[in-house]
Design a protein around this ligand. Sequence first.
Ligand code: CA
Length: 222
Amino acid sequence: MRLLLVEDHVPLADELIAALGRQGYAVDWLADGRDAVYQGATEPYDLIVLDLGLPGKPGLEVLREWRAGGLATPVLILTARGSWAERIEGLKAGADDYLTKPFHPEELALRLQALARRAHGLANQPQLEAAGLQLDEGRQCVTRDGEQIELTSAEFRLLRYFMLHPGQILSKGQLADHLYDGESERDSNVLEVHVNRLRGKLGREVIETRRGQGYRYAGVGA
Ligand code: CA
C-alpha cells in the first residue's frame, strides 16, 4: 500500500518512515504543505498521514483543498497534544482519524490498518479477511484452514493489496503503483516472481492470471 507522509519535523519523519516501511507501506515523504497539495492529489495513495503544523501551507488548508478537489483517500492527521480545537477543525475539514503527538507507533499502525479496511468496505473485520484467508498485519503472516503461513515482506505487501481488492482484476501497472514508492524502480518481472511464490505457499488457485489484463485474487474455496 502506498502511503504519503507529510511531516516537517525531520526526526519524527525519519522514525515514521522506518516504522511504516517495516509495516509494509511504500512511503513517500514530504515536509512542505504546498508540495503536499499537489502530490497528494496526483499520486495514487492508499493512505495519507498529515501533520497540521507545516511550512508552506498549514495542514488544515492542505486537507481542505484535497477534499474540495474530490480526493477521497483516507487521511489521518497528527495534532499537538491538548489542542482539541485543532482536532475538531481537522475532522470538520475531512480527516478520517487523528493521533495526538506523542503517540506509540503501534497505535498509528492499528489506526492505519483500520482506515484501510474501512475504505474498502471491510470495517466489520477486526483483521483483514478475504475468501478463506486471514491476514495478521502485525505479524505479517497469513492463516489458511487454521494453518499459519509465514510470508516475506514483499509477499505480505502484495497479498495485503490483493486481499483489500478481492475479486478485482489488478493490472501489473496498478499493483506496481501501489506497492512501490515514488523512488523505487518498478520491475514487473519481480512482481511476477512474488505472485508465483504466493501461489506456491497458498495454492495456485488463490491468484488467477487474466491474460493481457493482470491478476485477480480469488482466495481459497471460491
Ligand atoms: Ca509540524
